[in-house]
Design a protein around this ligand. Sequence first.
Ligand code: TTP
Ligand code: MG
Length: 396
Amino acid sequence: MPRAILHVDMDAFFAAVEQLDNPSYRGKPVIVGSDPKGGAGRGVVATCSYEARKYGIHSALPISQAYKRCPHGIYVRGRHSRYSELSGKMTSILGEFTPLVQKISIDEAFLDVTASMHLFGGALEVAKLLKLRIHQELHLTASVGVAPNKFLAKIASDLKKPDGLVVVKEGKEKEFLKDLHISRLWGVGKKTEEALLNRGIEKVGQIAERSQVELNRDFGKHGNALWRLSQGLDDRPVEANEGRKSISQETTFDEDIADPEKVEKVLFRLAESLSRTMRQEKVKGRTITLKIRFEDFTTHTRSRTFADFIDSTQIIKGVAISLFRRFGELEQKVRLVGIGVSQLSCSVGEQLGLFDQEAPLNTKLSNLLDSLRDKFGEGAVGRAAMLEKRTTKRSE
Ligand code: TTP
Ligand code: MG
């Protein structure tokens, strides 16, 4: 049975949010990124409004270049927590159309509406309705692609931005792709693009005309993939990622512990390790929960929820310790402690890297420690409290 896949992508997302929250920015070139410092600033553009794109400004352009091209633009720094908040609202709206929602970045997601579309009158109707809901409820616009698979839906959503809606009908895949530039093919990087151009192949249709054997000969293991994409074939499923609700780590002590300081040291280590896993898996969460089990097996949890999504070691550690201290004097020995983070959000993946220069010291430090551990092993580095722990151990 043919599938009905939607790809939804918000338009100029960060910049559109800035225009939403600051009415005086509307209709004007708004550039979100690092401080241009009158043209001398370092760092890059995260994104910009469509008004700014007319000046040749785009994501990843050095901010100094952007300033040269449009000195009168409105330059703003990113407000990630606000973007995450709206991203979460977008996900909630999408989830009302199907449980099969795969969020792939802060502002885009795939939906498989094959089973649910009939409730709404078809895939196109779902697309129209969800665009309308996003507009009415978030006061933002999204572009949507509707197609029999993810690959085509993703290309389709990009074709008529902003506020676009493009449908690729089953059976029309090759026709749809024929005149598109090869750079639109997912997975065609600079090298493959160059190799294709060297052979005079510029349009997707020209790949489709070649035989599989020929493509395999010229492009090795990429040959098959190229051929399949040029035919509009892609059978990857939409993998709902909303299933995961929390991430946690816990430790059961070898011997029950009476000393609160020792418990706190273990919480510190758990916070280090949990937050590191979160950064690796690119998840952040809003609720931090401390779990504690006493020697008689009674188990308690205490939580704190934030407005922002977080993965910072320092925050997770600080909250876990303060939740632990709320238990006051320990009347029983502690058997187990754990830290969990829930209300998870999908992260923006690599894109966040563009904010590195602006990243708070904490994030930079966490990332640095992560990479040192990757290189030299878990024991290679530690923060002061951990060193203190080692010293204590040695003197024991
Ligand atoms: P995109 O969807 O790629 O871009 P966009 O929504 O700003 O514009 P478009 O209408 O073309 O979809 O990315 C979503 C957000 O992710 C974007 O608003 C800012 C952030 N981002 C970065 O921080 N750096 C980047 O290089 C890119 C591409 C995006
Ligand atoms: Mg977008």
